[in-house]
Write a protein that binds this ligand. Structure first.
Ligand code: AMP
Ligand code: MG
Length: 289
């Protein structure tokens, strides 16, 4: 196995694997970039093809994730917060399931953000997000997040523009506070095309095992595709910071989406250069009673 160091991140690749790459570097939104989603191809696979090599690379990333999570837990210096955002049908649930398969559920908590409850709505919009931030040593996954407050809220004018427009800076300050307190933040936008969304919504109708997922809202929201695109572009542009970067994941191909997300999480944990704490006892003096 070969360890390649690029831009501070180590990636693991089989010797001679020409596909060895730094997913983080490839898919991170460039600092200061004005995002136009039409410039990002949701079908892109960066030269990867579905097959045994890809499967092996995915398995490797998942294994790596498992041992890095163990180290994160042992060291207890950092928390990792992973945010998933996507349009309906974008694959948030599938990606969460996939990531969870690679980590120990004891050190990981998933929070799904729904329409705010009465208690949540009675607080500032970041209250419920802050409450769900993982503790040191743990991984927290947000399935939707505080970004809904500049997405669905903006598209449907759930609060006036002068309120939601202030939220971009408020989110940046919130995420900056977390960063300064050793919370590592990764934000993934799962990018699918309108055609792929239609295909996935139709599958939910055709497949009896998927029908439970259908909601009229998903079909209604399709009418607002362009408004959502604009709202996402604003969030991806205005809330992309070095402290809490966005990644745009081409997500029409589920296998590529899973591959890219797993590698980016593993690369990020790797770059933390974590160490097991020193034992608190002298093991040589330990005696079995
Ligand atoms: P799902 O993820 O399919 O379970 O749906 C959750 C729903 O909650 C989506 O329609 C979101 O748009 C909605 N939602 C999440 N956060 C908010 C929010 N802050 N304000 C209004 N609706 C929200
Ligand atoms: Mg849904």
């Amino acid at each position: 196995m070969l360890a390649v160091r690029r831009a501070g991140c180590t990636i693991l690749a089989e010797e001679g694997d020409s596909k060895a790459m730094n997913f983080r570097k490839e898919l991170i939104v460039a600092d200061g970039k004005k995002v136009k989603l039409s410039k990002f191809d949701p079908d892109d696979t960066m030269g990867w093809e579905k097959g045994p090599k890809t499967k092996a690379s995915l398995e490797k990333a998942i294994e790596r994730l498992d041992s890095l999570q163990y180290l994160l837990y042992a060291e207890r210096k950092h928390a990792l917060l992973i945010v998933f955002q996507a349009i309906d049908g974008g694959g948030k649930d599938g990606t969460v399931r996939h990531v969870m398969a690679g980590v120990n559920p004891q050190g990981c908590r998933v929070t799904s953000f729904k329409v705010p409850s009465a208690e949540e709505a009675a607080h500032d919009f970041l209250w419920r997000a802050h409450k769900a931030v993982p503790e040191y040593g743990e991984i927290g996954i947000f399935n939707r997040s505080h970004y809904e407050d500049v997405l669905v809220v903006r598209v449907h004018n759930l609060v006036p523009k002068d309120v939601w427009s202030e939220r971009y800076d408020q989110i940046n300050r919130f995420e900056s506070l977390l960063f300064e307190n050793n919370v590592v933040i990764l934000k993934f936008f799962l990018h699918i095309s309108k055609d792929e969304q239609e295909k996935r919504l139709m599958e939910r109708i055709d497949d009896p095992d998927k029908r439970w997922k259908i909601s009229q809202a998903d079909f209604n929201e399709r009418k607002f595709w362009d408004d959502y695109t604009e709202a996402y572009e604003a969030a991806l542009t205005r809330c992309n910071t070095t402290e809490a970067p966005w990644f745009i994941i081409p997500a029409n191909k589920k296998w590529f989406r899973n591959l890219a997300v797993s590698h980016i999480i593993a690369e990020t944990l790797d770059a933390l250069d974590m160490k097991f704490p020193k034992p608190t006892i002298d093991v040589n003096k330990l005696k079995l009673q």
